[in-house]
Ligand binder design. Structure first.
Ligand SMILES: *[C@@H]1O[C@H](CO)[C@@H](O)[C@H](O)[C@H]1NC(C)=O
Ligand SMILES: *[C@@H]1O[C@H](CO)[C@@H](O)[C@H](O)[C@H]1NC(C)=O
Length: 257
């Protein structure tokens, strides 16, 4: 649910800033790239060219060559009233793969877009680039930025994230796979934090949080009152394993009773 919310937030944000920059018109490399700019298939509308970020805008049968802001791509499926340049995840470039050269800045690989920050051990942050300036966001706890789907995702689903290193938990080798029978589930209380627990799926951990004032009871495999969970009355005198940002976060927020 959080990820859906996040995605929606991103899309809303995108609509706002995209309409702000819709006057933007690249003039770079336009000349020889377009082949069929002479005709308008219909009097009004936007139409694809041989490149993925160029398009023809027709108004009353008069064509004009346009170029999407760097990092965005022309979506022929966009509705007549929406700005036709969209994020790569929403656009199919088959047959028109070429784009303008990237206009990278110190902060951003393209002027616009969402990009991963960090390495495979630190997967939880991403940045939104707007006009070449970056704005940094955190995924909800335990989730990792997935550049392929443009959303925060389970770290085991993100190809350039090492779920064990990021979450600071390695699934025991006898952990069974997630399944439908009760026997197949394996839960593991976080070694140093009673509030959190892991589920191992295909031997990769996913982090869950019981929430404030609850502790994971590994006898009943449920979130319970801390009083009912042995060893959880006080934070243990040890640090969450791992050196990732998330581990540091845990160390600052150990379960307080
Ligand atoms: C095209 O757009 C113009 C201006 O927005 C409008 O006046 C005209 O009626 C439209 N033509 C068609 C065929 O929809
Ligand atoms: C502990 O567990 C018992 C039953 O197992 C339950 O009735 C009780 O509400 C739980 N919480 C506390 C604080 O005892």
């Amino acid at each position: 649910m959080l990820t859906n919310f996040l995605k929606r937030t991103i899309l809303i944000g995108a609509t706002v800033f995209v309409s702000v920059c819709s006057q933007f018109q690249g003039n770079y490399y336009q000349k020889q790239q377009y082949q069929s700019s002479g005709d308008c298939p219909q009097p009004n509308g936007t139409f694809p060219t041989s490149t993925c970020d160029g398009y023809i805008q027709c108004i009353n049968g008069i064509p004009e060559e346009k170029l999407c802001p760097d990092g965005l791509l022309f979506n022929p499926e966009s509705g007549p009233r929406s700005f036709p340049c969209q994020y790569p995840v929403d656009v199919d470039c088959t047959g028109r793969e070429r784009t303008q050269p990237p206009q990278a800045t110190d902060e951003c690989p393209h002027q616009f877009g969402y990009y991963k920050i960090g390495d495979e051990q630190n997967c939880g942050q991403f940045k939104n680039c707007v006009d070449g300036r970056s704005f940094i966001f955190d995924c909800p706890e335990g989730l990792a930025w997935n550049s392929a789907s443009y959303r925060c995702d389970w770290p085991d689903q993100v190809s350039d994230c090492n779920a064990e290193a990021y979450l600071g938990f390695t699934c025991p080798s006898d952990a069974r796979q997630f399944g439908f029978g009760a026997e197949e589930y394996r839960f593991f209380r976080s070694p140093n934090d009673c509030q959190r627990y892991f589920i191992c799926i295909d031997s990769k951990p996913r982090l869950y949080n019981c929430g404030e004032g609850k502790a994971f009871n590994d006898l009943s495999n449920t979130c319970d009152d801390p009083e009912n969970v042995t060893g959880c009355a006080l934070p243990q005198n040890s640090q969450f394993r791992g050196s990732s940002k998330l581990a540091q976060y845990y160390n600052k927020n150990l379960y307080k009773n």
